[in-house]
Ligand binder design. Structure first.
Ligand code: HEM
Length: 352
């Protein structure tokens, strides 16, 4: 059971064990029009305005995850795509009101995003308790953090006080979300301009410990990879056969934890290991069993391979600590604060 005492203990341990707090981990670049002052974020921002906010989010997430075991993965990816483009400002949540396909959510890399409904459900409950006060961007970041804990990952304290963007960044999303079969130097560059070094990038990709991957992202590796007429040479032959069997067409999906299919009832959620956020991902990379080209490429660069190996050979603690740091850092990236933006009434629509 994840009590308030446990939260306090976790905050204390995070601050003591990890002296580089989230406040110190600020973005090193201005991510464009969503620039704000992350220092205006603080712990317990809603103490006077919506005292039990974190309790409400935690309790809703417990219910959601019981019903939909993949919710943590869906939210984690949703948050990554939000924060990466224009900062953590809920811009990705805006629906295509005019149906002209130019909102961020409609950009090609975002078309397979899921989990919007979970944010709407949580927002509805919060609007009942504390109308017009809590931003969608804070809800996304808090719900993702709680999802990570419910998926067996680490707890990290989250600063609050974000506001929601009034803009949506379609072009940026088209250009700057890393591609599954993209050039690896370009991938590293995209993380680097947002202040994440190679090691932090490797830690963040550990998110691929959980969730599902559509075969449409894997099949291009299985034949005629990048126009060579051959499969991706980094796939070992026995794994190639397995992937071909599991991905007969684009419509299938594969569990990120293809390699490990036990059941884990330890957290009382009856979830399979496929929803367990541990260091298993890195162990699979060491065996050449990365599902995406972008995953396996972590082993092709000296610095990223060294980080992936550190995470793989340890009992999981190094990964947990560094993943928590990297997630806390990403949560603060390019936030909108102060008098900028707005607090949306509905997460998928601007207020006016
Ligand atoms: C090189 C960088 C990355 C690339 C190319 C990439 C690409 C992808 C792709 C293609 C999928 C499959 C989506 C689908 O089939 O619906 C996926 C799933 C996922 N990604 Fe990434 N990703 C990257 C980094 C990250 C990061 C940094 C995070 C979070 C911190 C993340 C979290 C996830 C999660 C949790 C899933 C599973 C989603 C689900 O089950 O619905 N990814 N990613």
């Amino acid at each position: 059971m994840f009590s308030r005492n446990c939260v306090l203990l976790a905050v204390f341990s995070f601050l003591v064990i990890c002296p580089v707090t989230t406040v110190a981990a600020q973005p090193e670049v201005d991510p464009g029009s969503a620039s704000g002052f992350p220092f205006q974020l603080r712990y317990n921002y809603y103490d006077e305005k919506c005292e039990d906010l974190e309790g409400i989010v935690w309790s809703k997430m417990k219910t959601i995850v019981k019903l939909q075991h993949n919710a943590p993965a869906q939210l984690l990816r949703l948050m990554f795509h939000d924060c990466f483009i224009g900062g953590c400002d809920a811009s990705v949540l805006l629906a295509d009101r005019n149906e002209n396909g130019t909102v961020e959510r409609e950009a090609i890399p975002n078309r397979t995003l899921k989990g919007f409904n979970f944010i709407d459900t949580i927002k509805d409950e919060i609007e009942e308790e504390c109308p017009g006060v809590v931003s969608c961007s804070d809800i996304l970041v808090l719900a993702t953090r709680d999802g990570i804990v419910l998926a067996g990952g680490p707890y990290y304290p989250v600063l609050t006080g974000r506001r929601d963007s009034k803009e949506s960044f379609f072009d940026k999303a088209m250009a700057e979300i890393p591609r599954p079969n993209g050039n690896f130097s370009e991938t590293l560059r995209l993380f680097s301009v947002r202040g994440f070094d190679e090691r932090e990038t490797v830690a963040l990709l550990g998110a691929h410990n959980i969730g599902r991957i559509g075969c449409q992202f894997i099949r291009p590796r299985l034949s005629n990879f990048t126009g060579t007429g051959l499969p991706d040479p980094t796939i070992p032959p026995y794994f190639l056969e397995e992937l071909r069997r599991k991905c007969p067409d684009d419509n299938n999906t594969i569990s990120n934890m293809l390699n490990d299919e036990h059941t884990d009832t330890a957290r009382g959620l009856s979830v399979s290991i496929a929803t367990s956020l541990n260091n298993h991902y890195y162990k699979t990379l060491m065996r050449g069993r990365g599902l995406l080209f972008a995953d396996q490429q972590l082993m092709a660069n000296e610095k990223t391979a060294a980080a992936a190996t550190d995470y793989a050979i340890d009992d999981g603690n190094i990964f947990r600590t560094e993943f928590a740091h990297a997630m806390a850092k990403m949560s603060n990236f390019g936030v909108v604060t102060g008098s900028k933006g707005e607090v949306r009434h509905s997460c998928s629509h601007l207020n006016s």
